[in-house]
Design a binder for this molecule. Structure first.
Ligand code: GDD
Length: 357
């Protein structure tokens, strides 16, 4: 059987690493685009691939940049991939308010570079493209959000992703590119970056359990509601989207929503600590119900200039057309994240990314 070839941009991220592991299991030859800073500091940049035991697998890493059209053209011309997964992105929503031009450059222009590279190298009929679209594109429209819902993004990140989503659809309709949009709701895992709220929380839980939490966990908007799934389920869905007869757009979501406050409560439950909440707004605190110790505080600096309040995804189209269903429960995911954090604490007692959150 001829082995398929996949190119993954953003292979060093959470989704890139899990997707690479999934495709290795399916017998793919994998090529990954790696940015210069990850390439020269492999200990940091390639650590996720290392954690999944992928470094010696059938993966070829290419040093390059999604923002450099020439570089992407050459790469796609040389590799002639059967499947391209465009996962490279500036993925932190709050950071996108501080660096909006970078968000557009990487998330929109970078996507355009991939689409154009397939077109100018004449691979419209042979290369399939997965575009990492996001539930952040919906903004605060009424829930549940499906593929048919209006999209009114409320962050530079969301606007950049929405422009890329439309470019993908336009290239599909006008040039016949085989490109699908995976509209993924929040998805987490033990490989999640520590600047995202779930990992900030599970890390603090693991620190408390290990007796090394020396100050309260500082969070932003506790009222914000997200539909959190597990990245390992979602990369499986990405691959399923790429095996359909005709390209289409699909939402992947768990169909269950929780507030940040709820997520924190569920996480501390895992080590037998019940959180009670007192106060309102910036003065709200989460206390250990048994000891009265303040474990969680709020800092307005961590709020976004504009917040997406409520996400709840409707993934019924993916279930019907792809047979995709999430398999890992939220509780299991939180447990896995805390277990991974316990190991991390032993190796790396200082949390590196707290400021980015
Ligand atoms: N990061 C962070 N840090 N978020 C916090 C904090 C905190 O200390 N406190 C509260 N939050 C709230 C945020 O305001 C947001 O409403 C929610 O927690 C989730 O924040 P993130 O984990 O940063 O994720 P996100 O929803 O902004 O974006 C993620 O999901 C998108 C899909 O909807 C990212 O993975 C995006 O790349 C992805 O597209």
């Amino acid at each position: 059987m001829v082995r398929k070839t996949a190119l993954i941009t953003g292979i060093t991220g959470q989704d890139g690493a899990y997707l690479a592991a999934h495709l290795v299991g399916l017998g793919y030859d994998i090529h990954g685009l790696v940015r210069w800073d990850s390439y020269v500091s492999p200990a940091d940049g390639l650590s996720r691939l290392d954690l999944l035991g992928l470094v010696d697998e059938n993966i070829t890493l290419h040093y390059g940049d999604i923002c450099d059209a020439n570089n992407i053209n050459h790469l796609i011309k040389e590799i002639r991939p059967d499947e391209i997964y465009n996962l490279a992105a500036l993925s932190h929503v709050k950071v996108s308010f501080e660096t909006p031009a970078s968000a557009l450059e990487i998330n929109t222009h970078g996507t355009l570079n991939v689409l154009e590279a397939v077109r100018v190298t004449g691979q419209e009929r042979t290369a399939r493209i997965y575009q990492a679209s996001s539930s952040e594109m919906f903004g605060s429209i009424p829930a549940p959000q499906s593929e048919r819902a209006p999209m009114e993004p409320c962050s530079p990140y969301g606007a950049a992703k929405l422009a890329a989503y439309h470019l993908a659809r336009i290239y599909r309709q006008s040039y016949g590119l085989w490109v699908c949009n995976g509209i993924l709701f929040n998805h987490e895992s033990p490989l999640r970056g520590e600047g995202f709220v779930t990992h900030k929380i599970t890390r603090a839980v693991a620190e408390l359990d290990a007796g090394v939490l020396d100050k309260p966990l500082i969070l932003g908007n506790l009222d914000s509601v997200r539909d959190w799934g597990d990245a390992r389920d979602y990369v499986r869905g990405m691959h399923m989207m790429m095996q359909t007869e005709a390209p289409d757009d699909f939402v992947l979501a768990s169909g269950r929503s929780y507030s940040v406050r709820d997520f924190a409560g569920l996480s501390f439950d895992q080590i037998g600590v019940k959180i009670i909440w007192q106060g309102k707004g910036k003065d709200e605190v989460g206390l250990n119900a048994a000891t009265g110790r303040v474990l969680i505080k709020v800092d307005l600096e961590l709020f976004r200039p504009l917040e997406l309040n409520f996400l709840l995804g409707d993934a019924s189209k993916a279930e019907k057309h792809l047979g995709w269903k999430p398999e890992i429960s939220l509780e299991q995911m939180i447990k896995d994240m805390i277990d991974a954090d316990r190991l991390l604490i032993k190796e790396q007692p200082i949390c590196k990314n707290q400021k980015a959150g």
